[in-house]
Design a protein around this ligand. Structure first.
Ligand code: CO
Ligand code: CO
Ligand code: CO
Length: 348
């Protein structure tokens, strides 16, 4: 049976996130958990929480789920799982165990579609070496899928968004544009078989496993993955958590094919404007900044790449390693500076 999952969703993937601004307002009302073993908590807005078990072992814990962003259930399952597991990789940890989280309209979609979504999730988890050991499903009008994932890490080797130092280069491992390309597909700007849609799906299915292996090889301390808040939003969270300024040069940022031309013809998803609103007051935009590149910086990514800060003298070696591992779009996209008036600076 052929079902187009996109018929059941308003917005899919990480574009469906609640705006960061509102989320922060709400979370502020709750006391921070105090426990010396909490190595990474809510306060730094990192990819996952980290809890120390002993001097050699910490658990890294995360959850992510969202509505479909593509028509095919198996591909949706793969992308959702790769996205959920990514937060564990972004912390420099090894993903190990997961639970399925599923919302499924059992009265309007046949169960074989549910099975295909789960199959995509199981296959992607297996590729990451993750064992799915349970889950929870409820009936809901919009399908949603994702994983709660646990990973393990040596507490001394955690990679955080607060570990960035000034004077480093910034590397991004995957091209931007998944939000724009899928919004374009949904509104009929591009067909479902276009090369951009295929490239975006390939990128989103790609695990951040090899990027993390390379980060560990070079002893990287500061990184995050780029998802719903866009490159600019996640860079700002990282700059604030690390008390540095981050400068991004948009012309160096790798893009999925046609991303720029789609923005040029007006295909800018609503989530990009929400992300802009969230970062605007903390950002300095170069006066000559190209408007299309600016909006691309705010495009919500699903299962995006790793944004890492690396020492300037190692940057070229790391790029070489990333390219050799198959991450052929990886590029140096900016630098980190001593904290200036604005934590985030965006130039052409
Ligand atoms: Co993340
Ligand atoms: Co996440
Ligand atoms: Co249950």
């Amino acid at each position: 049976m052929k079902i187009d999952l996109l018929k059941f969703v308003e917005y899919g993937g990480c574009s469906a996130k609640i705006p960061a601004k509102q989320l922060e307002e709400i979370l502020k009302q709750f006391p921070l958990a105090s426990d010396p073993n909490i190595l990474v908590g809510i306060d730094t807005h990192d990819d996952a929480g980290v809890y120390k078990i002993n001097d050699k072992l910490a658990i890294v814990f995360t959850i992510d789920f969202f509505p479909p962003l593509c028509s095919d259930p198996y591909e949706f399952g793969q992308i959702a799982a790769a996205n959920s597991i990514s937060d564990i990789y972004a912390m420099g940890a090894n993903p190990a165990l997961a639970l399925n989280i599923v919302m499924f309209p059992s009265k309007s979609i046949p169960f074989e579609i549910y099975t295909d979504i789960l199959r995509g999730g199981f296959d992607k988890a297996a590729e990451a070496g993750v064992k799915i050991i349970g889950g929870h499903t409820i009936d809901d009008s919009t399908p949603k899928y994702g994983l709660a994932v646990i990973g393990f890490v040596n507490p001394k080797k955690i990679i955080t968004n607060s570990g960035v130092q000034a004077g480093c280069k910034l590397i991004l491992t995957k091209p931007l544009g998944t939000g724009i390309v899928f919004a374009a597909q949904k509104t009929g700007f591009v067909g479902s078989l276009s090369i951009s849609v295929e490239e975006a799906k390939q990128q989103m299915k790609l695990l951040n496993k090899s990027a993390t292996k390379i980060m560990k090889k070079y002893n990287i301390k500061g990184a995050t993955d780029v998802t719903g808040f866009g490159l600019a939003g996640h860079a700002l969270k990282m700059a604030k958590a690390s008390a540095v300024s981050i400068k991004i040069k948009m012309k160096q940022v790798p893009l999925i094919k046609q991303t720029y031309s789609l923005v040029e013809v007006g295909c800018i998803p609503g989530a990009a404007f929400q992300n802009l609103e969230y970062t605007e007051n903390d950002s300095l935009f170069a006066p000559d900044l190209d408007y299309n590149l600016k909006m691309i910086a705010f495009d919500a990514q699903t299962s995006g790449g790793i944004l890492m800060s690396v020492s300037a003298d190692k940057a070229d070696d790391i790029i070489n390693d990333l390219h050799k591992s198959g991450l052929t779009s990886a590029a140096i996209i900016g630098e980190t500076l001593m904290l200036q008036e604005y934590p985030l600076i965006i130039e052409n």
